[in-house]
Design a protein around this ligand. Structure first.
Ligand SMILES: Cc1cc2nc3c(=O)[nH]c(=O)nc-3n(C[C@H](O)[C@H](O)[C@H](O)COP(=O)(O)OP(=O)(O)OC[C@H]3O[C@@H](n4cnc5c(N)ncnc54)[C@H](O)[C@@H]3O)c2cc1C
Length: 811
């Protein structure tokens, strides 16, 4: 056989072995067989054959652990230990928060789809469903968002009462302490429903069910603290808030300067060992009405009254707000969504040591407590609030685009408007998929820290886009404030969700990949631990094992990326057939490329990657898009694969995978080492950038699903508040849209008659009169068209005010 054929055979064998992640031992045996075959029947001189044998012997020696350890790994181990970036205690704690789930699979370059497929579909218990359809529905009915946002800048007393009496603040508190003991999924669905009605109410309810006193007590509190506080929090007797942020310290929360000194003081008339606290906090939700303040501060013990340590670090304590020295009650005014939020200051406030959550043994562990709880909590409150608001905006916009006519056509029929509606629908589908599937995973015991950050960032960013698109489609109707405006407050309040629980720029640039890379990578964390092992020899043995697996994994990802790019991923194994199969395959392809480029970036940039925020952000985007596309596929499966929803699945997956491709391109263009970038481009884009974004025609199909009363439209609005009743514009819009369908043939008759010159009038009411007079419409038909026209004007109308109604007296 000619040398070329042997070469092809060798490359093919190497690619196959790497693609299939064959063990080193098995790969060596296969290559030995190939070598023997070549030596027996192949051409080539003595020198060439000797060189091949020598190379093979080197490979075979790598199978002998002690030989490779002493000759290869030991030296690399030394270099690695010197290069290892230092990690602060807070970074370490952030990395230890939560666990790894589907995010880890995407990092392997070979996701095991069974793990996702086997997750049960989202299900509520009978009580949770009853709460969603009962008290939550009733609370939505009670809400008048105009009264809340414009007249009171607060919820009225009956709404506050209803919330407390029905334990909305106690969804996460277990039943044994008097709470509702709901799952994360139920918590998320209740918040989304409230958010479809009022962002003030959903934010107010969200906070006590998120990171705060109850959550911290549940996980770290002493039994005594739990018994004291949790039943009071559950009944609404106590209102909590959690204070971390201060005037000088926002995103870099660990730099806080609020402090507590361990000392003796007087507590309830007795000398007690306690803490003297001083703080100045701002932006604290519920602070103006809080009766108990969860406080984050730095604890110092200069006199060593509780131990040998001077500086304990960040500590969390529960402080009753009635204590002397506490200033609380003033309010900030969050833009568009005036929920209760304000500053609080404390001067020489004395509390006993058992105010520390978990008691003295938890002194200094406050940051760990916070990041561990945020690891999960971040995927619930803000992503659910963002989802509910976006669902409502889409539901309203679809109906509005059918009812509102310009140039004799419903505006939804114009392709430019349609583009915005399709984008809204695709985004809501993606947000819903991410929220439902991730909350179900958490309900089933996962604590996925990186997906939490992905959801926080992407759901809130998508809701920003949805809010913007909704406003554009509504034109002036979205701009004029008043009781009839169902969009503007959500639009105004978008930056709130963007900013809290890790502002989005920081979350994208620093957290998603920054935490994901070390956390989710199958080897990096373990290699670092091995390198830090104080028993150097034991560390070396472990490092050697990991290193060679890691190298095999790197080769495999390069091979998988190249082969799938060349074949457009047509032959990669996925556990589904049918119309979604190709999206699973593309996720496989990009997962391999992502694993490859992650290794290359970490290897060539090391600790520098942390400072190259834009590279880190793009890597985070790729991970996020692959995660979201997987959620879309799983959600479609969970919903029973309704064929009518396929355009949404296609739009979402295409958009996410196209953005994935473009972020790879951006990453390669900006990769600092140009040689490495060129090699990576060969393995990732050997055929160039071949993936395309959704077509215009697909967008138009989605528009038809949104501007007509379809099951797909209803599924996208599942469990939001859309009852048709006075004061709920969402329900009234839907009702008018359904009537529009019924009167369409009648309107068509009038239109045709006007075109034929039978009807002369210009304005609609006169046209209807004329049609009735000329027998084009029966009197009953004419009445139906008239009634619809009035209704259409009503739901597309805006408010106006006497100037005196708009004057704020400040009284
Ligand atoms: C309505 C509302 C409610 C809140 N509720 C509470 C509460 O109940 N309790 C509480 O303790 N706090 C609360 N906060 C505070 C909130 O968590 C902070 O606003 C947030 O952490 C950001 O801090 P900052 O506003 O000071 O912005 P800054 O930290 O000043 O950040 C400004 C910008 O810089 C970016 N940035 C900062 N560092 C980096 C970096 N390294 N890389 C890239 N970008 C970076 C941020 O992303 C942001 O875009 C609330 C805030 C708001 C607005």
């Amino acid at each position: 056989m000619g040398i070329l054929i042997w070469l092809v055979l060798l490359i093919g064998t190497l690619l196959t072995l790497a693609y299939r992640r064959t063990e080193l031992r098995t790969a060596t045996i296969v290559l030995a067989a190939l070598l023997v075959a070549y030596l027996l029947v192949g051409d080539g001189g003595f020198l060439w054959k000797t060189l091949l044998i020598a190379l093979f012997v080197l490979l075979a020696l790598l199978n002998l652990e002690s030989v490779r350890r002493d000759n290869v790994t030991r030296r690399l181990f030394g270099i690695y230990r010197r290069m290892l970036p230092s990690m602060s205690k807070t970074e370490q704690e952030a990395l230890e928060a939560g666990n790894i789930w589907w995010d880890g699979e995407l990092f392997t370059g070979m996701p095991d789809w069974r793990r996702l497929k086997n997750l049960p579909p989202p299900t509520l218990t009978a009580e949770e469903r009853a709460f969603l359809d009962g008290p939550t529905q009733e609370l939505c009915r009670l809400i008048d968002d105009w009264e809340i946002t414009h007249e009171l800048a607060d919820m009225p007393p009956n709404v506050w009462e209803f919330i407390k009496a029905n334990k909305f603040f106690a969804m996460i508190i277990p039943r044994e302490y008097g709470g509702l003991g709901f799952s994360p999924l139920a918590n998320s669905m209740v918040l989304a429903k409230l958010s479809s009605r009022s962002a003030v109410v959903s934010s107010t309810v969200g906070v006590p069910n998120s990171l705060g006193p109850a959550e911290l007590l549940l996980h770290y509190g002493t039994e005594e603290q739990k018994q004291h506080w949790l039943p009071r929090l559950a009944s609404g007797e106590e209102v909590p808030c959690f204070a971390l942020t201060s005037p000088r310290v926002g995103s870099d929360a660990t730099a806080l300067v609020d402090h507590g000194i361990v000392c003796r003081g007087s507590w309830q008339g007795q000398e007690t060992l306690g803490i003297r606290l001083n703080w100045d906090k701002r932006y604290i939700t519920l602070a103006p009405v809080a009766t108990v303040l969860g406080l984050a501060f730095k604890l110092y013990d200069p006199e060593h009254l509780i131990g040998e340590v001077d500086d304990y670090g960040i500590t969390a304590a529960l402080i009753p707000t009635s204590l002397p020295g506490i200033e609380i009650g003033r309010r900030h005014l969050p833009v568009g969504v005036p929920f209760l939020n304000g500053p609080t200051r404390g001067r020489d406030v004395f509390v006993p040591l058992d105010a520390i959550i978990g008691g003295t043994k938890m002194a200094g562990l406050g940051w760990r407590m916070l990041v561990q709880q945020l690891a999960v909590g971040r995927s619930i409150v803000l992503p659910s609030n963002a989802l509910g608001g976006a669902q409502a905006a889409l539901y309203a916009t679809g109906a509005y685009a059918k009812l509102r006519r310009q140039f004799n056509l419903p505006i939804g029929k114009f392709h430019g408007v349609g583009e915005a509606i399709a984008r809204m629908a695709g985004s809501v589908y993606t947000m819903m998929a991410a929220s439902r599937v991730t909350c179900t995973a958490i309900t089933n015991g996962e604590k996925p820290a990186v997906p939490s950050a992905i959801l926080k960032y992407h759901n809130t960013e998508m809701s920003r886009q949805v809010a913007s698109d909704a406003m554009d489609v509504h034109g002036g109707k979205g701009i004029m404030l008043g009781p009839k405006n169902y969009l503007a407050r959500g639009y105004e309040g978008v930056p709130i969700a963007i900013t809290v629980e890790g502002a989005n720029i920081l979350t994208r640039n620093l957290i998603i990949f920054g935490q994901g890379a070390i956390r989710c990578h199958p080897f990096v964390r373990a290699e670092m631990d091995a390198a830090r092992n104080p028993d150097r020899e034991a560390g070396l043995v472990e490092f050697d094992r990991l290193l060679f697996k890691h190298l095999g994994y790197g080769f495999s990802n390069a091979a998988r990326s190249l082969v799938m790019a060349l074949t457009l991923a047509r032959f990669t194994d996925v556990p589904v057939a049918g119309p979604t199969r190709r999206y699973y395959q593309h996720v496989n392809r990009y997962s391999a490329s992502f694993a490859l480029i992650t290794d290359a970036a970490m290897f060539t940039l090391g600790g520098e990657l942390k400072r190259r925020e834009l590279l880190s952000a793009r890597l985070g985007d790729i991970l996020s898009y692959l995660y979201l596309a997987s959620m879309v596929l799983k959600h479609y499966q969970d919903q029973g694969e309704p064929a009518e929803d396929l355009p949404l699945v296609e739009w979402s997956c295409r958009t996410l995978l196209y953005k994935t491709q473009e972020q790879f391109h951006g990453l390669l263009r900006n990769f600092p080492n140009r040689w490495v970038a060129a090699i990576l481009r060969f393995f990732i884009f050997p055929r160039g950038r071949t993936y395309s974004s959704p077509s215009d025609e697909l967008g138009q199909r989605i528009v038809e699903l949104m501007i007509n009363p379809t099951p797909t439209r209803e599924r996208l609005a599942a469990d939001i508040y859309k009852v048709a009743e006075p004061g709920n514009q969402l329900g009234l819009l839907q009702q008018a849209m359904e009537i529009a369908e019924q009167v369409k043939p009648l309107e068509r008759r009038v239109f045709d008659a006007r075109r034929a010159g039978e009807i002369k009038a210009d304005d609609i009411p006169s046209q209807i009169d004329e049609a009735e007079k000329k027998g084009i419409l029966t009197p009953a038909e004419a009445d139906a068209v008239r009634a619809f026209d009035r209704r259409m004007l009503e739901v597309t109308g805006v408010d106006d005010f006497d100037p005196s109604e708009l004057r704020r007296t400040g009284a």
